[in-house]
Design a protein around this ligand. Structure first.
Ligand SMILES: Cc1cc2nc3c(=O)[nH]c(=O)nc-3n(C[C@H](O)[C@H](O)[C@H](O)COP(=O)(O)OP(=O)(O)OC[C@H]3O[C@@H](n4cnc5c(N)ncnc54)[C@H](O)[C@@H]3O)c2cc1C
Length: 381
């Protein structure tokens, strides 16, 4: 593992303070940069550590077990670098700039989500206005932009309505130095507080031609960029929430070893059959998630072909991992008793953090719709 236990311990020690203060994880980010973690997915020949997506899913689980919000926000950077690796591995170079810039120390934010936009990647309410030289300016509002205080590059997309052959979804990277955006100081959420996922108002932020990576027809698209975003986003996100669940089990195991029962002559709850069953049940549920993440990530790494089942499978792993994580943290809280309800308890923070898994794409509805279409075909008009 790249992330050493001592580094993870320091990150864990800071997590409660960031959460309480609603503060960004500045020190964690610095240490992760120094460890080379932000270059993990950059191929060695381009100056990175050359790790596989499968390896990074395990690192993300470990990081999330130490500090969920740090892991979730760093995830957004790893997603873009992962997308660039996926595209590079498939013989295309249009995302290579992301790899070389990540190797040079740039931090990538993920400026995709918009209010009330359930099309997610299949259409944007942001305007992408051509600059006449192959570049674009972006006008619109992106919500939940994690890493807000720290990104130096923001991958975003908007719609160009000026094209004679119909609207185009334009994917590009803007730079922090280039300006043309406002970051609102509006992140005060139930959980994942250190992620500082603030609203970003794009007010003409400019991406010159060389930072425009794709112009695609809106709607479902087999383009390697879209495949890369789905693959890396769903798998790395599933890893974050799986890491939270594993940590909840570890904390619960320690707690029930200390909590004693008057009814059973002061015996620890770890000997109580109901508590044992409940924790075992959580362990069994979580145990099934690891191979699913690992197998699909290895399939992305090895360029395996799942054809039209890629999207249903990727959405399924995200939904199953985040839903399981929520149930596992719930079980950990139940066996740990009222102490877990105090804000000073790590479990109470994990309980708040794990809930965010519900809101990320793919949501339950879109995953079920993808599977219903795969199994039954689309509903005729
Ligand atoms: C902790 C966390 C971190 C995240 N980080 C990122 C990130 O880095 N990058 C990224 O792109 N996404 C990020 N996301 C966004 C996430 O993936 C979802 O897009 C987001 O949760 C919105 O989901 P939704 O569609 O359910 O929200 P919506 O239902 O769209 O609600 C979002 C907000 O918009 C308001 N709203 C809803 N509909 C309308 C409307 N028609 N008009 C006006 N306002 C409306 C709602 O009241 C709410 O305040 C993050 C989410 C979370 C929870």
């Amino acid at each position: 593992m790249l992330l050493a236990p001592e580094l993870l311990d320091r990150i864990r020690d800071r997590a409660a303070g960031y959460d309480r203060e609603n503060a960004f994880f500045t020190e964690d980010l610095q240490e992760l940069k120094e460890a080379g973690y932000l270059t993990a997915l950059v191929p060695k020949e381009l100056g990175g550590l050359g790790m596989s997506l499968e390896e990074v899913t395990r690192e993300q689980m470990a990081l999330a077990g130490a500090a969920p919000a740090t892991a979730l926000a760093v995830n957004m950077h790893q997603v873009w670098v992962g997308v660039a690796k996926v595209v590079h591995d498939r013989g295309e170079t249009f995302m290579d700039q992301v790899l070389t810039e990540a190797a040079a120390g740039e931090v990538f934010g993920f400026g995709i989500s918009e209010r009330g936009n359930d099309l997610v990647l299949f259409g944007s309410t942001t305007e992408a206005r051509p600059d006449g030289e192959g570049g674009y300016t972006f006008h619109g509002t992106k919500i939940f932009t994690s890493l807000s205080p720290a990104w130096t590059r923001l991958g975003t997309f908007g719609t160009d309505t000026t094209s004679p052959d119909g609207p185009k979804s334009v994917y590009a990277f803007i730079t922090r130095d280039g300006g043309g955006f406002e970051i609102k100081d509006d992140w005060d959420a139930l959980g994942q507080r250190a992620s500082q996922s603030c609203t970003t108002v794009l007010q003409g932020a400019h991406a010159p031609a060389e930072r425009v990576v794709r112009r695609l027809d809106p709607g479902p698209n087999p383009d390697p960029l879209i495949f890369g975003i789905f693959a890396c986003f769903e798998l790395l996100l599933a890893s974050v929430y799986t890491g939270i669940a594993q940590r909840a089990i570890d904390v619960a195991v320690a707690t029930v070893g200390k909590r004693t029962s008057l009814q059973h002559d002061g015996a620890p709850y770890s000997r109580d059959p109901d508590i044992r069953w409940r924790l075992a049940h959580a362990g069994i549920a979580l145990d099934g998630i690891y191979p699913q993440i690992s197998t699909l990530a290895a399939d992305v790494d090895s360029l395996a072909d799942h054809g039209s089942m890629w999207f249903p499978r990727l959405s399924a792993v995200k939904v199953r991992a985040t839903e399981t994580a929520k149930d596992v943290v719930d079980a950990a809280i139940r066996v740990s008793g009222g102490g877990a309800y105090f804000n000073r308890s790590e479990l109470s923070r994990l309980y708040r953090d794990v809930l965010a898994g519900l809101f990320h794409p793919s949501d339950d509805e879109s995953a079920h719709s993808a599977w219903a279409n795969a199994l039954l075909g689309p509903v005729p008009d």
